[in-house]
Design a protein around this ligand. Structure first.
Ligand code: AMP
Ligand code: MG
Length: 359
């Protein structure tokens, strides 16, 4: 079913011939998916308006949702932007290559198709040697959103990409599972004070340590408030979502376990399919249903890394009702819960302390 050629390699042993071919595909206007440390990207030539249009078409993405331009040398940033504030310079000198995207005023060379019509451009220098070699082979400027169909969970493996886009793109560079598994932190430097437009692996504490004052986009905090839409256009759309109905159950652990147990039991009794996203610490609490363990609360990086794979797994299993515990872990909790809450379409329920009919 897949028309895309899939070539497997590792960062330690990149297939230079395949990467060279991928670069040629981009230079002649085609699309190639590639691994990064965050999630897989769907790359096209960032300076070619036609390539940007192809990306939107392949993903089924609204064309007002801008793409991130990926570079593989710090100096290549200069050509893309009209200026670099000192703070942005300081942050990228500490965090690039890495899971950080910055927003600056764009230069004339960046087509409006790439930036979704905006005068600003998002730029990232990924920390993955396959990605870097591919970007250089492509001419240095690769526009890439996550390599999933619009609305689906971001891909953290080449298999996820093939599932969504295998018959719509030319090639997939398979570099194994993504190390981080959540999209980059986006920081906007076009206002007086830097603003986090999307939380990610690089958390607010680290950003404040480097930058001093940093604001959080008000649209991220008041998610139910339609008057303050998030500034990153992509954050306005329903996103990361599994096909089944996902709800987050919060509260005291014992109440959460009981609530989820009871709900799963009721679905199964009614002849419906149901499951739960739990942790190693709580998996013993769920005797029935499709029980998926996301990792240990003590290792929050594992939780981040497995989130999208688990959401896709429920689609594969055809699970109709999915319940998740919440994961407000110390460092990445905000980034993880931002994705999970969007995946759940903001359905967050607080478990009542009292009722455990099983116990
Ligand atoms: P994705 O590539 O799927 O991770 O999506 C890229 C994200 O970056 C989306 O949420 C975009 O809306 C956001 N983005 C890209 N360019 C800009 C920009 N110039 N201003 C604000 N947000 C941006
Ligand atoms: Mg995306």
């Amino acid at each position: 079913m897949s028309r895309a050629e899939i070539v497997s390699m590792t960062e330690d042993c990149p297939d230079l011939q395949a990467i060279h071919k991928a670069g040629s595909i981009l230079q002649s206007g085609g699309l190639v998916a590639f691994p990064t440390e965050t999630v897989y990207g769907l790359g096209g030539n960032a300076l070619d308006p036609e390539a940007a249009k192809k990306i939107y078409l392949a993903k089924g993405r609204p064309s007002d949702n801008p793409l991130i331009v990926h570079i593989a040398d710090r100096e290549d940033l200069d050509l893309l932007v009209s200026g670099i504030p000192e703070e942005a310079e300081r942050l990228i000198s500490r965090c690039w290559p890495g899971p950080l995207t910055i927003i600056l005023q764009k230069s004339g060379i960046v087509p409006k198709e790439t930036t979704g019509g905006l005068e600003t451009v998002a730029v990232r220098f990924p920390d993955n040697r396959i990605a870097q070699a591919f970007i250089r082979a492509s001419g240095g400027y690769v526009a890439a959103p996550s390599a999933n169909l619009s609305g689906r969970p971001s891909p953290t493996s080449a298999e996820h990409v093939a599932e969504d886009l295998g018959d719509r793109i030319d090639m997939i560079l398979d570099g194994g599972p993504a190390k981080i598994g959540l999209e980059s932190t986006i920081v906007d430097f076009t206002e007086d004070i830097p603003v986090i437009l999307r939380p990610g692996y690089l958390g607010p504490e680290k950003l404040r340590e480097i930058l001093g004052e940093v604001k959080m986009d008000p649209g991220l905090l008041s998610e139910a408030d339609a008057n303050t839409p998030p500034k990153a256009p992509g954050m306005r759309y329903r996103h990361y979502a599994p096909a089944g109905d996902l709800k987050i159950i919060e509260g005291e652990p014992a109440a959460v376990y009981a609530e989820i147990r009871n709900r799963i039991h009721a679905h199964l009794q009614a002849g419906e399919t149901a499951g739960v996203i739990c942790t190693e610490e709580s998996r013993g609490e769920y005797p029935e249903g499709n029980v998926q363990c996301i990792g240990s609360r003590a290792e929050e990086e594992t939780i981040a890394k497995h989130l999208y794979e688990i959401l896709r797994g429920f689609d594969e299993a055809g699970t109709a009702y999915i319940y998740s515990e919440s994961f407000y872990t110390p460092l990445m909790g905000q980034a993880i819960m931002n994705r999970l809450i969007k995946a759940a379409g903001h359905q967050v329920i607080t478990a009542e302390q009292k009722g455990d009919s099983n116990g």
